[in-house]
Design a protein around this ligand. Structure first.
Ligand SMILES: *Cc1c(COP(=O)(O)O)cnc(C)c1O
Length: 424
C-alpha cells in the first residue's frame, strides 16, 4: 500500500474501510470536550456500547429470579461460560473443547504450570524472553522456587544481542538446542508487550517438542490482535486476558487453551474445584474429584456472571467482524503509523526517533513502540494534553496500538500532526 501524509488520504482510506462502522460501536474517552486519539487498546480496550445492556440484563434477572437465575434466566448462569467458548475458540484458532474462560491471567498461568511445569532432577529449566512482563517473570521465579530450584539457574532468558532491541528467533532455537537435556518448558509471550515483537509460535513449539519439552504461551498481547492457530500449531497450553485487545472490561475474566491431547488425559495432575468436576455428578457433592475432559477440567469456581456478560457482548463484536478482516485492516493501519513515524524521524533528526517494533508485518500485530531519545516524560504528557493517549515506559518509549476495530487512518494522521507540533 502507498501511503500519503495528508488528511485527504486518511479520510479516503477510512471511507473505503469495510470495518469503518465498528468505530461507532465503542465509547471513546474524552478529555474536556475533545475526542481523543486512543492508542491504548494494548492496555485497556474500549467499551463496546452493547456492554451496558448485557450487564443490566443480568442485574435485572438477578433481581427478578435470585438463585433461580442459574436456570431460569435468559442465559442461564449455570452454563454461562459455555456461551463464551465458541467465539473465544475462534479468536485463538482452537477447538471448543480446548478453551475455557475463567479466573484471571496470572492465576490461570499458575494453574497451568501445576500441570505443565513438573520439573525433574535433571530436566527443570525454562527458556523465556528477557524483560518479560513482570507478572510473568514473578510467575516463573516463584514456580521454580516452589519446586526447589534456583531461578538464576533454572530460568534461561534469551535477550536481544548487544546493541539490538529485538530477540532473534535463531537465538531462541539455539538456546533450546543448548539446553536440550535439561529443558522442561519453553514459555514466551506470543507478542512481547514492550517491543510488539510477534514470535513464531509454531516454530518455537516444534523446537520445544523436538527436545522433549513443553511449549506454553502468554497471549495477553496476541489474543484478538494477531491470527492464531493454537490447535494446529500443536501448542501445549496458553492463557490470556480479555481486557486488552478483547475489550471486555478492566480486570475481567481471562481464558486458557489446553491442547486436546492433554485435555483428554484425565490423569494429568492439576488443582481441582467443583466447576472442573464431571458435570453429571457435580451436585452430588461427593468426595473424589473427577475432572471434566477438555480445558473445562481446569475450572475451579462457578463463573462471575457480570464480568462474563461484558465479555459476551464484546466477543460478539469479534465474531461479527472476524479475525481475517481485522488482521487485514490492522496491517494497513499499523503500516500507516510506521510510515508516519518514519516521516517524523526524518523531519526531526534531533529527536532521534527510533522504531523498536519489527518492520516486518509478519513479526508484529497492531503495535508500534518508539524510542524518543532524551525527551523523557514531558513529550508524553504533552501528547496527552494534545489529545493523543498512548503508553509510556521509562526512559522514553512510547507504545501505541492502532486497533483495527475502532481506530482510523485519521487517528494516525492526527497523531502525526500533534507530534509535528510538539517536536517543532
Ligand atoms: C497484561 C499482562 C498481564 C496481566 O496479568 P493479570 O493477571 O491479568 O493482571 C500478565 N502478563 C502479560 C504478558 C500481560 O501483558
Amino acid at each position: 500500500m502507498r501511503y500519503e501524509p495528508t488528511l485527504d488520504f486518511a479520510k479516503a482510506q477510512d471511507a473505503a474501510d469495510p470495518l469503518r462502522a465498528y468505530r461507532d460501536r465503542f465509547h471513546f474517552p474524552s478529555l474536556g470536550t475533545r475526542e481523543l486519539v486512543y492508542f491504548t487498546g494494548h492496555s485497556l480496550g474500549l467499551q463496546p456500547k452493547t456492554v451496558r445492556a448485557a450487564v443490566e440484563l443480568e442485574l435485572d434477572e438477578w433481581a427478578q429470579y435470585g438463585v433461580e437465575g442459574h436456570f431460569q434466566s435468559t442465559n442461564p448462569w449455570y452454563s454461562y461460560h459455555e456461551l463464551l467458548t465458541p467465539p473465544m475458540a475462534a479468536i485463538v484458532g482452537a477447538k471448543e473443547s480446548e478453551v475455557v474462560c475463567m479466573n484471571s491471567l496470572t492465576t490461570n498461568l499458575h494453574l497451568l504450570f501445576v500441570s505443565f511445569y513438573r520439573p525433574e532432577k535433571t530436566r527443570y529449566k525454562i527458556i523465556s524472553e528477557a524483560k518479560m512482563f513482570p507478572s510473568d517473570r514473578y510467575l516463573l521465579e516463584t514456580q521454580v522456587r516452589f519446586h526447589g530450584f534456583d531461578p538464576d539457574d533454572a530460568i534461561v532468558e534469551v535477550a536481544p544481542r548487544e546493541g539490538e532491541k529485538l530477540i532473534r528467533e535463531d537465538d531462541i532455537l539455539a538456546a533450546i538446542e543448548a539446553n536440550a537435556d535439561e529443558l522442561a518448558l519453553v514459555f514466551f509471550g506470543g507478542v512481547n508487550y514492550f517491543t510488539g515483537q510477534l514470535f513464531s509460535m509454531p516454530r518455537l513449539t516444534q523446537a520445544a517438542h523436538a527436545v522433549g519439552a513443553i511449549a506454553g504461551f502468554d497471549l495477553a498481547h496476541a489474543a484478538g490482535n494477531v491470527p492464531l492457530s493454537l490447535h494446529e500449531w500443536d501448542v501445549d497450553f496458553a492463557a490470556w486476558c480479555s481486557y486488552k485487545y478483547l475489550n471486555s472490561s478492566p480486570g475481567n475474566v481471562g481464558a486458557i487453551f489446553v491442547h486436546e491431547r492433554h485435555g483428554q488425559n484425565l490423569e494429568l495432575p492439576r488443582f481441582g474445584g467443583w466447576w472442573g468436576h464431571d458435570k453429571a455428578s457435580r451436585f452430588q457433592m461427593k468426595n473424589g474429584f473427577q475432572p471434566m475432559a477438555g480445558a473445562e477440567g481446569w475450572q475451579l469456581s462457578n463463573a462471575p456472571i457480570l464480568g462474563m456478560a461484558a465479555m459476551k457482548a464484546s466477543l460478539e463484536v469479534f465474531a461479527e467482524a472476524g479475525m481475517p478482516a481485522l488482521r487485514a485492516k490492522s496491517e494497513q493501519l499499523t503500516g500507516y503509523l510506521e510510515y508516519t513515524v518514519g516521516l517524523l524521524a526524518d523531519e526531526f533528526p534531533d529527536a532521534d526517533i527510533k522504531m523498536i517494533t519489527p518492520s516486518d508485518p509478519n513479526q508484529r500485530g497492531c503495535q508500534i513502540s518508539i524510542d524518543v531519545v532524551g525527551r523523557e516524560r514531558k513529550l508524553f504528557d504533552d501528547m496527552i494534553a494534545a489529545g493523543v493517549i498512548a503508553d509510556f515506559r521509562e526512559p522514553c518509549v512510547i507504545r501505541m496500538a492502532p486497533v483495527p476495530l475502532y481506530n482510523s487512518f485519521e487517528d494516525v494522521f492526527t497523531f502525526g500532526k500533534v507530534m509535528r507540533e510538539l517536536l517543532a
